[in-house]
Design a protein around this ligand. Structure first.
Ligand SMILES: *Cc1c(COP(=O)(O)O)cnc(C)c1O
Length: 363
């Protein structure tokens, strides 16, 4: 059986280490804010070369904390991509701010930096590019636009932890970044988890207070926050998994290259990674004008696939009150009709990959 993301083989590969790490936490009984949380944050900072890594409950709360720490709320506008998972736009709207969507680049599917400036108004408070499918967005161009207009930039690196951009790591490309440790992400835990990254001491302190009920000392609350802490058991699992991340990223890139070769000559448009960056292939997403037929053919052979993403955010019912005009997003419209993702994980075997390609090539 082919898994879309093979978490089972991953666990069995690291089982001894992970089981020991979990048992250590159980023996310590420090389930909340145990010492593994600090250890993980230090390891994340070493990995990304960002001064402050602040772990939290999940990638969505990381985004929420990023907005709270920047004081973004009612009446503010935040520029972001319409071609992604809902979490980013969701927390913007949840705070009473307005998600302002900008169309994407036809090649990378990331927000098109050339269209951002036209979307800036006096109410714009932040730009949140998403490094989609594991490939960093055009962060230098976007950060430069932010600086010019005194607007902060927050990289949503939920899919790109471990990727590089001009020899810096994703999460170290903007004043603030967020990631997710959802199990199927490139660095996943075995439950929910997330982190924020910043070199700014003030923002870091604010986030640490916000994620613990606005508490500065025991039962002294200086602002309204949330319960946004990462569980110690998840931190312990992540410490183990982070040690294996670079091997997994190498495997994902080898597998992606193999897909590129195997699918050559098929009708599928394979992913393009820009030469100044790397991808961690959170998804291996391809495009076809004949998507429905190919998906049916794969499903008939029990090969799992997924569509990331079938409905652009500006057409989601949840945002119906915001009355966006689809005509302003021609690239997103095209890509959402053609894109789909093939099985991808560091543990996908050569024979499974060859079989997938064979089915795709079948007439
Ligand atoms: C997964 C994801 C999130 C949300 O992360 P959770 O940990 O599931 O809350 C946010 N943004 C993007 C782009 C994601 O892919």
């Amino acid at each position: 059986m082919i898994h879309f993301v093979d978490l089972q083989t991953q666990y069995t590969s690291y089982k001894t280490e992970i089981d020991a790490a979990i048992h250590n936490v159980l023996d310590s009984s420090q389930y909340i804010m145990g010492k593994e949380v600090k250890t993980l944050e230090q390891a994340l900072s070493e990995y990304t070369h960002v001064k402050h890594s602040i772990t939290c409950s999940n990638g969505t709360d990381a985004l929420l904390l990023a907005l709270l720490a920047n004081g973004i709320g009612v009446g503010d506008e935040v520029i972001t991509s319409p071609f992604t998972f809902i979490a980013t736009a969701e927390v913007i709207a949840l705070m009473g701010a307005v998600p302002v969507f900008v169309d994407i680049d036809m090649i990378t599917y990331n927000i098109d930096p050339n269209q951002i400036e036209d979307a800036i108004t006096p109410r714009t408070k932040a730009i949140i590019p998403i490094s989609i499918f594991g490939q960093p967005a055009d962060m230098d161009e976007i950060v430069e636009i932010g600086q010019r207009h005194h607007i902060t930039v927050i990289e949503d690196a939920a899919q790109s932890f471990g990727a590089s951009y001009k020899s810096r790591k994703s999460c170290n490309l903007s004043p603030l970044a967020t990631t997710s440790f959802f199990p199927a992400k490139p660095l996943g835990c075995y439950g929910d988890g997330g982190s924020l990254f910043t070199n700014d001491d003030d923002i870091a302190n604010r986030i640490r207070v916000l994620l613990n009920h606005g508490q500065t000392e025991r039962y002294k609350h200086t602002c309204i926050g949330i319960n946004g802490r990462l569980d110690t058991i998840q931190a312990a699992i992540l410490i183990v998994k982070l040690k294996h991340l670079d091997e997994e990223i190498t495997a994902r890139n080898r597998i992606a290259k193999q897909y590129d070769n195997l699918l050559h000559g098929s009708e599928l448009l394979t992913p393009t990674i820009r030469p100044d960056r790397t991808s961690v292939f959170a998804q291996y997403s391809v495009r076809s004008k004949n998507r429905d037929n190919i998906l049916a053919k794969l499903a008939a052979k029990a090969i799992p696939t997924a569509i990331h993403y079938p409905i652009p955010l500006y057409r989601q019912e949840a945002f119906a009150n915001l009355t966006y005009d689809s005509a302003k997003f021609p690239i997103t419209e095209t890509v959402t009709k053609e894109i789909f993702s093939l099985p991808m994980s560091a543990f996908l075997t050569d024979s499974d990959q060859e079989y997938i390609a064979e089915v795709i090539h079948e007439k």
